[in-house]
Ligand binder design. Structure first.
Ligand code: ZN
Length: 176
């Protein structure tokens, strides 16, 4: 892999880029290399280690990003855990309208939760009170979206120490 982790001036992870783009940023004087790889990058005029982690030499402002309301994001917010019975699993999880659509329940962060098939079927078109099924926690809109999603088993060691920050979600959920 030749991807490069880009850090902000403040060392927070910003994104992942190609080595070509990283080298360009370095040559333009916009970034510095924090960690290089074993392999060398050679051209008739220069020689350098392939960068693995670079840091911007000025601060990049990130606009607040809204999290898109999608089925996948509801499941991620609830960590693939049924909000009625606490069953956890990536397969067979559904998105349930707490107040059913047929009773005027909207499709919003506050009215959508992750539910296992069994609970979803059992609840059917009823409100939680009506079927005596209670939510484990009150559903809310997430405050931020992680900017970077990486799969744990693809990470170079030197990236780890920079990836603890809040804007990165390390996913080990690899869909097969
Ligand atoms: Zn359940």
């Amino acid at each position: 892999m030749t991807d490069v982790l880009v850090l902000n001036f403040t060392y927070e992870a910003l994104n992942i880029t190609s080595f070509q783009r990283a080298v360009k940023l370095i040559f333009l004087g916009k970034a510095e290399v924090l960690h290089g790889r074993e392999s060398m990058l050679c051209s008739p005029t220069f020689e350098m280690r392939l960068p693995s982690v670079i840091r911007m030499l000025y601060y990049i402002r990130r606009p607040m990003q809204k999290v898109a309301l999608t089925k996948k994001n509801i499941l991620l917010r609830d960590d693939y855990t049924c909000q009625y019975c606490n069953l956890k699993g990536e397969r067979l999880m559904t998105v349930d309208h707490v107040i059913p659509r047929s009773k005027g329940g909207p499709s919003t962060w506050e009215n959508l939760v992750c539910a296992c098939m069994r609970c979803n079927n059992r609840k059917n078109n009823r409100t939680p009170e009506h079927c005596n099924m209670h939510l484990k926690r009150k559903p809310k809109a997430p405050k931020y979206i992680p900017w970077i999603r990486v799969k744990r088993n693809t990470l170079p060691d030197e990236w780890y120490k920079f990836l603890f920050l809040y804007n990165v979600s390390i996913e080990d959920r690899i869909e097969s």
